[in-house]
Design a protein around this ligand. Structure first.
Ligand SMILES: Cc1cc2nc3c(=O)[nH]c(=O)nc-3n(C[C@H](O)[C@H](O)[C@H](O)COP(=O)(O)OP(=O)(O)OC[C@H]3O[C@@H](n4cnc5c(N)ncnc54)[C@H](O)[C@@H]3O)c2cc1C
Length: 489
């Protein structure tokens, strides 16, 4: 059976490896970092454990499909979230609980939008139709050409045509009247790495996945338990992991890649190669393709950066929920700055995850592990982050005020990742947290393909190839790439 080399041990690479070993391939995984996980990673410091990237996932059935495909029981346990998360507006005492039960959800909007439940049901009917009419036809498919993709698009129910020309924000505005409902319901657009103002309305299908379809899930022991479970399973199946090994060059003959070369000059050979490193960045930096030249890379549409920091605090925070959004009072102004401003952000919007809330073992007794994510400009827009400590201080001051407790004196450990760290740690172009964005010209047949343009034995998996960003998409991506490999034979 064939030897396959996978470059990158992110969730996309690991899911691909699971499917391949089940099919009898011999698999080796090379990873630049000292441990697996990619963006879904883990940090341990001073007795505290933090998930560094994802804090929940949707479409749990994609993991179940992966397990069934590999004849396995999933090596981790997941738990549905209700509420999905909480939202807090600056200068308001109120906590909004995002329940999946629409009547419970609507009760909180009584004062600002009395017809919220009817509005939400109408909005979700449309989001559900968008989801059902596109997911199998467009998202879960391999396309062999742009023409095949366009042909598939023509089969999407024509009643959805107008949403291609609207933004997420415009779509939400058609259904909701209050500022609160509009901002809360459109928050999910940030999960795609852009803002509601520059995300296509078709992605309101995400509201269906949140509220009606399958919801969100946490993992017992933290998100990194997914990676640990997969790595253990793969090691037991004989997969070889080689860490601290970064691919920097290649050798080829005609249309065949013959070797990948690491930073020490060592060559790695296989029959076929699957690249889990960013599909655009690898073509740019390693294969030096014209279509991915420096100038063309800069012209592509990239997602925002993520400024993340991890703090361990003395004492418990019962008043803070598991997943929380802290918003300011100029939603559009902030969204605009996140994509365009080169200066420091004032009054940032941010997300806080208390991973130790339901996983006590992730913090020392009587302490809490907190993870903050602040959407910020990527390095194309704001290249310097020497103001990182001020940004953390301003967020912590704001957070302390909002929760009514000064955290500063109780911090036992603190780690900061700027977009530069995300760039350097995982080879993410300009620190764009989710890679290429999902504009019309960068999805489906227009996204970097999951097979190479030149080498017939090179394939790609993960967030910047099809179908796109997020954990379930990486799992779908592994199914699509294995389909390609199998077809090639
Ligand atoms: C802060 C943050 C929060 C997020 N939150 C969520 C969330 O809550 N839910 C969700 O579904 N998604 C979330 N995401 C998105 C999610 O993390 C990603 O979409 C997903 O993990 C991408 O997986 P991947 O396998 O495609 O790529 P990656 O995880 O980036 O893996 C690629 C791997 O390749 C390695 N690599 C790169 N170049 C080389 C090279 N030259 N040689 C060797 N190895 C190389 C990298 O080190 C990395 O390990 C979040 C992302 C971030 C950054």
């Amino acid at each position: 059976m064939k030897d396959i080399l996978i470059v990158g041990a992110g969730v996309g690479g690991l899911s691909t490896a699971l499917r391949l070993v089940k099919r009898g391939y011999t698999v080796t995984i090379l990873e630049k970092n000292a441990q697996a996980g990619g963006r879904m990673n883990q940090l341990k410091q001073d007795g505290f454990t933090f998930d560094t990237g994802p804090s929940f996932f949707s479409m749990s059935y994609e993991f179940e499909e992966l397990a069934a495909d590999c004849g396995l029981k999933l090596p981790f346990e997941y738990v549905g979230l209700d509420p999905l998360y909480t939202v807090h507006f600056r200068d308001s005492e109120k906590t909004w609980h995002l329940h999946r039960d629409l009547t419970k959800l609507a009760a909180q909007f009584q004062e600002v939008e009395p017809d919220f439940e009817a509005h939400m049901r109408r909005y979700l009917k449309k989001s559900g139709a968008l989801f059902n009419d596109t997911v199998d036809l467009i998202i879960k498919q391999n396309f062999n050409s742009v023409a095949a993709f366009v042909y598939a698009m023509l089969h999407v129910n024509p009643r959805h045509l107008p949403v291609i020309f609207r933004s997420f924000w415009q779509q939400v505005n058609r259904y909701f009247t209050s500022k609160e409902a509009r901002e809360i319901i459109s928050l999910v657009a940030f999960f795609l790495g852009k803002t509601p103002f520059d995300t296509m309305a078709v992605y309101t299908l995400l509201s269906h996945t949140e509220f009606q379809h399958d919801g969100y899930y946490n993992v017992k022991g933290g998100m990194y338990a997914i990676i640990e479970g997969f790595v253990k399973q793969l090691e037991q199946s004989g997969v070889r992991f080689v860490y601290n090994t970064e691919i920097v060059d290649y050798r080829s003959t005609g249309h065949q890649l013959t070797a990948l070369v690491d930073q020490h000059g060592q060559s790695w050979t296989a029959d076929d190669y699957v690249i889990n490193a960013d599909a655009a960045f690898f073509r740019h930096r390693i294969f030096k393709r014209k279509a991915f030249s420096a100038a063309r890379m800069a012209k592509k549409d990239w997602t925002m950066g993520f400024f993340t920091f991890y703090i361990g605090v003395q004492g418990k925070l019962p008043q803070v929920n598991h997943h929380n959004y802290y918003l300011g009072n100029d939603y559009q102004g902030y969204a605009d700055k996140v994509m365009r401003a080169s200066e420091s952000l004032e009054k940032p919007y941010y997300y806080v995850n208390v991973v130790s809330k339901y996983n006590e073992e992730l913090a020392p007794a009587g302490c809490e592990s907190l993870f903050f994510v602040c959407p910020v400009p990527n390095l194309l827009v704001k290249p310097h982050w020497d103001d990182k400590d001020q940004l953390v201080d301003s967020i912590l001051a704001d957070f302390s005020r909002r929760i009514g407790e000064d955290l500063n004196a109780r911090i036992l450990t603190r780690v900061i990742y700027t977009p530069e760290d995300w760039q350097n740690g995982f080879n993410l172009y300009k620190g764009a947290g989710l890679g290429l964005s999902h504009t019309f010209w960068q999805i489906g047949g227009f996204r970097p393909k999951n097979y190479d343009e030149t080498f017939r034995n090179v394939f790609y998996v993960g967030a910047s190839t099809v179908p796109g960003a997020g954990i379930p998409m990486a799992v779908i991506s592994s199914r699509l790439v294995v389909e390609r490999l199998e077809k090639k034979g």
